[in-house]
Design a protein around this ligand. Structure first.
Ligand SMILES: [Zn+2]
Length: 394
């Protein structure tokens, strides 16, 4: 069975921004699912269609709201990742303001138009919310992969994501600027950060990727509290069972250690046969480019090897993050140990940004970045030779 969308379809034919929507009479949480921000990833769209038709047929008791939104209509109709620019890399605070004002580039960028329409729908879902808002963004990968979740490492996001029976990838957001989830997580819409989780269902055209995305949405309905009695629903139990069978023997939590970013004209070619979470060593040749063999800077496991032409992440290297350290970091964050970090030599508070520390790396080279990660600091950036790390609101 192929889940590809025919490229012969006229642009956006038959596709609608709102895939499905159920607003319950009883107030409660909101679950906002987005799918196909990348047009060559139709599995999330198909999965949401299936969930909404089941919700309509079975009518399980729900409270609050669940809405499914389609990301890039034009690119889905064409079966390609994007038309002019990546719809999942443009969500800066400035762009959100420009999109709302209808004040985007005069170049007629397809994705800016898509983003303006999508943002209008998200704004109305958020404005209508009668409880916490949970955001789940469904994706698939170009290479073969078991399903996994990507989580920006705040305690509230962990609480939501850890019950999903799939590996959790922490720290991807540190490497990807201006994603939609990053924007929702940081509160770019209205200053209030939302609970967010990304989900990768498997390879783009694998029929099982639809099943994995559908399972994710059922579990999200349960974990967000939108379903009133999830444990009595066989669909939720089946969903948990289906995902846990697929990811047997994989680590529960991994942390991104390295992103291999593609530069233009490098003629990057991933060698065949790599699968997400496959162990790799420093001597493994993963890909070729204009300069020759590409090896990882450290051993670990490979994540999302690039097997498509569009996109600029060659691959990621991840490493297991032991549950013990998860517990330690939750404990340290509850104690607000981060309040004392600037007392250490070489570390100072940023004068203008309240949650940002400046690290003089000549003095503070002995504090591993890991310590800052444990305390919830991410988003490293170098400015004037100084390392900046910013902590997200828990
Ligand atoms: Zn994607």
């Amino acid at each position: 069975m192929s889940i590809g969308v025919s490229t012969e379809l006229p642009v956006s034919a038959g596709l609608q921004r709102v895939i499905g929507q159920v607003v319950a009479d009883t107030p409660g949480p909101t679950l906002l699912c987005t799918a196909s921000l990348h047009g060559n990833e139709p599995a999330g769209l198909r999965a949401l269609e299936q969930v909404f038709s089941r919700l309509q047929a079975d009518r399980p008791p729900i409270r609050g709201e669940v809405t499914g939104l389609l990301g890039n209509l034009t690119a889905v109709a064409r079966g390609q990742r994007f038309v002019d620019s990546d719809l999942n890399r443009l969500w800066s605070p400035e762009m959100v303001v420009a999109l709302r004002a209808g004040d985007t580039s005069a170049t007629g960028d397809t994705e800016e138009r898509e983003a303006a329409e999508l943002l209008a729908e998200i704004d109305s879902v958020v404005a209508r919310a009668r409880g916490p808002v949970f955001c789940v963004d469904l994706h698939t990968t170009s290479g073969p992969s078991p399903p996994f979740a990507t989580v920006s490492d705040t305690l509230r996001n962990r609480r939501f994501a850890l019950p999903f029976p799939v590996p959790i990838v922490l720290g991807l957001e540190e490497h990807l600027d201006h994603t939609l989830l990053g924007c929702l997580d940081l509160g770019c819409l209205d200053g209030e950060g939302r609970v967010t989780m990304g989900f990768e269902g498997g390879q783009h055209d694998e029929p099982s990727s639809i099943d994995h995305c559908e399972a994710c949405v059922w579990i999200a309905l349960a974990e967000s509290g939108v379903l009133e009695s999830p444990d009595s629903l066989p669909l939720v139990l089946e969903a948990r069972d289906r995902l846990s069978r697929t990811v047997k023997n994989l680590p529960k939590v991994v942390e991104v250690r390295h992103r291999y970013a593609l530069k233009a004209c490098e003629r990057f070619l991933m060698l065949p046969g790599y699968v997400s979470f496959q162990p790799i060593t420093e001597s493994d040749v993963l890909a070729k480019d204009a300069r020759g063999d590409v090896r990882p800077p450290e051993a670990g496991r490979i994540l999302m090897p690039l097997y498509q032409r569009q996109g600029d992440d060659g691959f990621f290297v991840v490493r297991e993050f032991r549950p013990f350290w998860l517990a330690v970091s939750a404990f340290l964050r509850h104690l607000r140990m981060d309040m004392a970090l600037h007392w250490l030599p070489g570390i100072s508070r940023h004068p203008d940004r309240p949650h940002t520390l400046r690290i003089d790396r000549r003095v503070a080279r002995f504090y591993a970045l890991q310590i800052f990660h444990l305390l919830g600091y991410r988003r490293r950036r170098i400015e004037d030779g100084t390392l900046l790390v910013t902590r997200r609101k828990e």
